[in-house]
Design a protein around this ligand. Structure first.
Ligand code: SF4
Ligand code: SF4
Length: 179
């Protein structure tokens, strides 16, 4: 009796492990087809009337893979949407498929540490534009009612997050320094 219980337990553990293995194999990628648009240094896709920011790969990685993006270019991408930003796994362009992330979502390029840079969570932004008016380098623009930071213009001064003078920082805490 004791042995059969142990056997059943071991069998159950094996079945659960196998189920976990198969379920974590591949994420369900959403497919988006539409036109590309570049605004404030960031890429967006307009697909079926919806507007999403794209989390692609560094320019160097795209160039190495002969992927040149232009505004108004018709494109198909596969990815996962997080807070209205699409983490792009695959790009279908010029009759080829370019892979940007593996099935676990890990980037296929050597990741540069983004620590210290500022980012705005689009879900928390209420579009008040206060951060836009205080940024000393005009790095923040409004896109479809939400603020975004152009990383190329940002000097990481932190004013948008922490405030300056009458501006006491983002009222919804949507701006965060990456740590
Ligand atoms: S201050 Fe905050 S809520 Fe207002 S536009 Fe900037 S990010 Fe959005
Ligand atoms: S950290 Fe400074 S430069 Fe960068 S977006 Fe915020 S206010 Fe502008």
């Amino acid at each position: 009796m004791k042995y059969s219980l142990t056997f059943a337990l071991v069998l159950l553990i094996i079945i659960i492990s196998l189920l976990n293995l198969f379920s974590s194999e591949k994420p369900d990628l959403e497919i988006f087809e539409g036109k590309l648009k570049k605004m404030a240094g960031e890429w967006f896709i307009i697909s079926d009337g919806d507007f999403f920011q794209l989390n692609l790969a560094p320019e160097e990685y795209l160039k190495e893979n002969n992927l040149t993006l232009t505004s108004k270019q018709q494109i198909k991408i596969e990815g996962i949407t997080v807070d209205e930003v699409i983490n792009v796994y695959l790009v279908h362009a010029n009759d080829t498929i370019i892979e940007l992330r593996d099935s676990a979502g890990n980037p296929l390029w050597q990741e540069e540490k983004q620590v210290g840079h500022f980012q705005i969570n689009p879900k928390m932004c209420i579009g008040c534009q206060l951060c836009v008016s205080v940024c000393p380098t005009d790095a923040i623009s409004m896109v479809h009612g939400r603020a975004i930071i152009d990383a190329e213009k940002c000097i990481d001064c932190g004013i948008c997050e922490n405030g300056n003078g009458d501006y006491k920082g983002c009222p919804t805490n949507a701006i965060k320094k990456l740590e």
